[in-house]
Design a protein around this ligand. Sequence first.
Ligand code: PLP
Length: 416
Amino acid sequence: MSDIKSGDAKATFKQVKKHFSPSLAMAGKFMGQGAVETSAEGCRVTLSDGRQALDFGSYAVALLGHRNVAVVRAVRDQLDRMPTSTRSVLNPVPALAAETVVDYLGGALPKVYFGSGGADAVEVAVKLARVATGRSTVIAVEGAFHGKTLGALALTHHDRFRGGLDSVLPGAVHIDPARPDAVARVLAETDDVAALIFEPVQGENGVTTLDPAILARWCADAKAAGAFVIADEIQVGLRRCGERSVALAAGLPVDAVLLGKALGGGVVPVSAMVCSEELYAPLAADFVLHTATFSGHPLATAAIVPALATIEEHVADGLRVGAEMAAGLEAIAADHPESVSAVRGRGLLWGVDFVSPEFVGEVQVGLAQRGLVVSTCLSRPEVLRLIPPIVATSEDIEQALFLLRGSIEQARAAVA
Ligand SMILES: Cc1ncc(COP(=O)(O)O)c(C=O)c1O
């Protein structure tokens, strides 16, 4: 048995290789430079060899950094009282969390379903849209990422994840994000459209912002045809891209906002579908239509109230972090036009386009050696995502940009 607290890197590598996947073991060994992660606080992760890494990655979960004090306190308190639910007697914790998340989004979407991961929220939203309309087609966007369970995967656009499964992923039509008439064109061909789903900013697709004017036209066309509109903000909501909900702030007439990742305060896994009475109607009529053993789990939902309150305490920090990241990344791009082809993003979500996937690989060597954790875009291997916590200080950002700059210079020397 390895020592979990101090982290036996060799044993972990062997276990991951044997019980998960050899390539996962190799990738993780490379990123940790032979060490494993053992503890974390704020923006920093401590590794088993004593080094510390700066976390600007974690796939957008650690918006509040690691082990936020208020969230840990609430979860620990729930752990000491009643972490799990009978699911027969009512529990006040998910009920209060639902009221809080509805108020947080302004109150116009009054209904909630809690899941554990983001795909859970996608699944229930799409299922309800199909049941409520009696239709089966869902319009999604080229480049979309909505998760990898079969229902969500049908909406996810990338071939790498869909390989060999197309026959069991029916019912989705993917539209061109540049065409204002894309939804109208689908509607002209079929009256079977149950929903339109989109990410206002496609995080996994290299941090690509969809045109708000085009989104407005799509939403209007979908609504006019009686289809539901679902904004997947699992990655970009909760102030990651500045707003509580990007779609609601843009005035888009959405029937559902999907939240996940940072909703658990970086401490527990929890997601939410927050929606209109109309979309929720089938579930309101028959609450067992969609259930899951851990839906509304008290330990997970206990995190939501302190997580949302703490995010709001840091709104001004978020603006500062966004401005510092924009200025710093643009300066790096200007200094390295031969290596960086574009910088895209907003707020606390940035994509840096490098000239090739091979070059990104070299940059990652430098980042791993220097101790800066970022998140790759699995579907766009030439793009690195920097996803800073809202609690990052100016010094943290300066350090991250310094480490990135050094890694680019090292990569240039390696490929020269
Ligand atoms: C926009 C979006 N939707 C859905 C998902 C799926 O979430 P999960 O991996 O928690 O199932 C993700 C995950 O990255 C995402 O970015």
